[in-house]
Every structure is written in structure tokens, then in C-alpha cells.
Write a protein that binds this ligand. Sequence first.
Ligand SMILES: Nc1ncnc2c1ncn2[C@@H]1O[C@H](COP(=O)(O)OP(=O)(O)OP(=O)(O)O)[C@@H](O)[C@H]1O
Ligand SMILES: [Mg+2]
Length: 286
Amino acid sequence: MTEENAAIDDLDDAEDGIDDTGPRPVAADERRPSLIADDVHVKYRVFGGKRRAHTEPGGRLRRAFNRSQRHVGAVTEVHAVKGVSFVAHHGESIGIVGRNGAGKSTLLRALAGLIPTASGKVYVDGTSSLLGVNAALMSSLTGERNIMIGGLALGLTPQQVRDRMDSVVEFAGIGDFVDLPMSAYSSGMSARLRFAISTAAVPDVLMIDEALATGDAEFRARSQKKIEEIRGQAGTVFLVSHSAATIQRMCDRTLWLDEGRLVMDGPSDEVISAYKAAVRKRSGRR
Ligand SMILES: Nc1ncnc2c1ncn2[C@@H]1O[C@H](COP(=O)(O)OP(=O)(O)OP(=O)(O)O)[C@@H](O)[C@H]1O
Ligand SMILES: [Mg+2]
């Protein structure tokens, strides 16, 4: 199955989504802003790429001359997020959709302050925590050590982490595996532990990057409850997912990114159907 087909498959899930109550009414403007993105640009500099012949200055002689430097490679700039602006409010849960490489993960990292913006500003009211499929857990360490490190990274004290250890392990549902190195975990188990760690301290802004996709149905239900809990405490949730059904179930508002730009920002149903239409049109053209 090609990626594009897989994406459409995911999108089709939306039609038979579990929840058909539709999006909740949004009275966002009456709420307090929790996060403001103001014309955010993010650029990556990539070192060590192979220099293309036509990008190399000078003629063949010059290139031959420079051969000794060639292993250094070219510096390529990837402009991953291009001028994204929006205002998120307390209690809102916001989905982010877009093709592979659209800039979704990059935007989340920038919103969480993990990577610098090239220009533009991000204002956050309170603490933020990014939960990603690539979150920095160490596979050679046990689950317990990772919970400690993750908890400290969230700003908890060692004693606070110890107090919450049991509930994190229980929420992750990993049982005795907590004493084994994470390299012995299945990918679903790691994802569950990551989610459990990042919600050990309830952040004001929780960002989730596709982490729910790897969990099983029972864990998805549990994490959905946790998300509701965070929203209930007036927190804000961002959720990046390729599953339209998940976004429609969990988010009342959705941002659609394409090639680093914010194409649409509105109620999930409207944005998802516009996105679906664009995906269909694109795959029809092929
Ligand atoms: N660490 C990095 N160094 C250089 N370029 C990067 C890096 N991470 C991402 N990019 C580039 O930035 C752009 C946006 O990538 P990003 O990972 O944000 O996309 P995405 O929307 O999350 O995609 P996916 O759906 O595949 O997760 C892509 O062109 C990608 O190649
Ligand atoms: Mg991504």
C-alpha cells in the first residue's frame, strides 16, 4: 500500500468514527489565550549532504581544487515552518493535520520551545510538555529510570516522581516490565510509557505527536480520558495525527499545514473535509 493510499484509508476511518456526537461548541474567543504563535518560521540547517554538481561554484578545475573539502559536504537549509500564526485558548484541544513533511512535528517542537524559531514568537501561558513518538527516553535504561529522568525534566522533584511512580506505571499498564530496560518493550509499550510520563505532571499545554496511534484500543480510551482531564483543568491539548477519526473524536478545532504553511484553521469537521478533498484530488491526479 502506498503512503498516499494509507493516508486515504485513515481518512476513510473518519466516516465510521466511534464518536458521532460531532464537535463541541467552541466559544474560544471568550476564553483566555494559552498559547500564541506569531508568524513562526523554523529553519533547519543540514550539514554533510552531498553537494550537487550544479550548486558547486566554479568550473571543473575549481571543483577538483576543492576536492579536499568535499567530504565536509554541503549546508542545506530546510524551511520547515513558514509564517504560522494562531491563538490557542485554555480548555481547547487542537488537531494538526497535513502530509508527511508538512511541518507538523517541527511546529510542535517550536511551540514547546525545544527548537528555536528562525523568526516570529511563541508565547505560552504556563508550562508545556511535548509527547512525541521520538521523545528522548533511553532504551538501555529501565522504565523506572526513564520515569525518574522524564519526571525531573518536567520540573518535578525526585520525591514527587517517587510519589507518582506507581500511578505512572499503572497508567502505562507495563507492570513488571518497569524493571526491565526499555529495549525489551514493544513499541506500543514504549509509547504508553512515554504518554504516562509526559502526563505525570499535568502541563498547561500538552502536545502529542502521533503517540496515540501506536497504543491499543484500551490504552487509546485511557489516554483520551487523560486528555479530557487536562482540558477539564483548563489546559490546552495539541494532537498531531494522520487519523482523521482520532482528530475528529478528540479535537474541536484543527490546523491544516501544507509545505510549512497554515492552509486552514477552523472547526475540525470543516478542516478535515477540506483536507480529505485535497488528498483525493491529489491522488486522483496521479
Ligand atoms: N532534524 C531535521 N533536520 C533537517 N530537516 C528536518 C529535520 N526534521 C524535519 N526536517 C524537515 O522539515 C520538514 C518538516 O518535517 P516534519 O517532521 O516537521 O514534518 P511532519 O509534518 O511532522 O511529517 P510526518 O507526517 O512525516 O511526521 C521536512 O521537509 C523535513 O524533511
Ligand atoms: Mg511528524
